[in-house]
Design a protein. Structure first.
Length: 393
């Protein structure tokens, strides 16, 4: 049976008219595929409102009741979507995570999927029924609802596609694909028709918001082909797969308004533990280590400063954590491609310097160069690098 999974984000299901539009998209796809599983997020803004509610009650991420509340928006959307499908003649039923079931570990707020039993979904598909699955949710070994982190519905969709051995996983949002850089920041950005897993993973991890990072990693592990597209316009979207071509430069991701945190720890060996804690919590930071000392400065997205300080303050090996007050506001540009190296980074820095744009730090791995620049020169730097890397062609 040729089967696909279609996931619709919060803006795609933001109101009843948009949910009806989703039903039409699903109905049209039924002419191409014999089976479709739909995964939905909560309606736009609903999860944020629920987070406010539980926070006001003194309950925060990591608590099982927090997950019960903030995941409830998906229950409403899945039911409404199933009704919308039935209203246009498509047999459908909604599923919460425990009804499938989607098993996760016990890490509330950032749960990791352990396994999915696709039997119930397969039975519905064989009977001509279109299942509508709550994204973002899982069920723990203690029979408690868990959540998969922000953007977790992407991960639900990819994991369900892998369990069903689907031909394709389509991720629908209000963005019509992956761009060379955020088009809201740089209008000359170009849509990418296809991109390989590794490069998409780098873009997602460095701040490109089209796909959740964990969903790309899962797709790469399970070889699930993804198509990122818009539910409002149809222009082909972007395909993410193992067979997509690699490019010397494929795109850039931008993180604005970095905070600087100073961390003092007990022993030299604690440095690797510190990096492990950041990685475990999916905190992507530029760590600037002072050689021969037990001190580091961390450059991090300002939105995650309080969370990061709280996590590090609860580590036994950390002596002190403090946000540094700096006069200059910094941003990060991540240049991503298949052949990034120190020589390439030096060339990027030289190009910026030639345009009188200073770089205050640079960290490089095999697939990206992260450049720290002054935020007041961000737009100029993006324009210079976009052209230098040939991304405007």
């Amino acid at each position: 049976m040729s089967c696909i999974v279609q996931k619709f984000g919060g803006t795609s299901v933001a109101n009843l008219d948009r949910i009806k539009n989703v039903a039409e998209i699903v109905s049209r796809a039924r002419s191409k595929y014999s089976g479709i599983v739909v995964v939905v997020s909560a309606m736009a803004g609903v999860t944020n409102k629920f987070v406010e509610y539980v926070n006001d009650m003194g309950c925060f991420e990591g608590d099982s009741e927090y997950d019960s509340v903030v995941s409830s928006g998906e229950l409403v959307t899945s039911g409404l979507t199933a009704i919308a499908l039935r209203n246009i003649g498509v047999k459908s039923r909604s599923y919460s995570s425990w009804q499938i079931p989607i098993f996760t570990d016990d890490n509330h707020g950032k749960a990791v999927i352990q396994s999915i039993d696709p039997a119930n979904l397969q039975r519905d598909l064989e009977n001509g029924i279109t299942p509508v699955v709550c994204g973002f949710q899982g069920i723990s070994s203690e029979n408690k609802v868990t959540t998969l982190g922000r953007g977790g519905s992407d991960l639900t969709a990819v994991a369900v596609a892998a369990a069903l051995k689907s031909d394709l996983c389509e991720i629908y949002s209000d963005v019509d694909g992956v761009y060379t850089v955020d088009p809201n920041l740089y209008p000359e950005a170009k849509k990418i028709d296809s991109i390989c897993y590794r490069e998409m993973l780098e873009m997602a991890s460095q701040g490109a918001k089209v796909l959740q990072e964990q969903s790309v990693a899962y797709a790469m592990k399970k070889n699930v082909v993804i198509r990122a597209a818009s539910s409002f316009i149809d222009n082909g979207g972007t395909t993410i797969s193992s067979i997509a071509p690699s490019y010397p430069f494929c795109g850039m991701a931008v993180t604005r308004n970095l905070s600087q945190i100073k961390v003092i720890y007990k022993e030299e060996k604690n440095f690797s533990e510190l990096l492990g804690i950041l990685e475990k919590n999916l905190i992507h930071a530029e760590v600037l280590k002072n050689n021969g000392s037990c001190k580091v400065d961390i450059m991090i997205d300002n939105k995650r400063t309080a969370e990061t300080i709280n996590i590090l303050e609860n580590c036994d090996f950390v002596i002190k954590v403090k946000q540094k007050i700096v006069r200059r506001n910094f941003s990060k540009i991540s240049v991503i491609g298949s052949s990034v190296c120190d020589d390439v980074s030096n060339a990027l820095i030289k190009e910026l310097k030639g345009k009188k744009i200073d770089t205050f730090g640079c960290l490089t791995n095999e697939y990206r160069a992260n450049l720290i620049i002054s935020s007041d020169q961000l737009l100029d730097a993006v324009s210079v690098l976009h052209k230098y890397c040939g991304l405007d062609k």
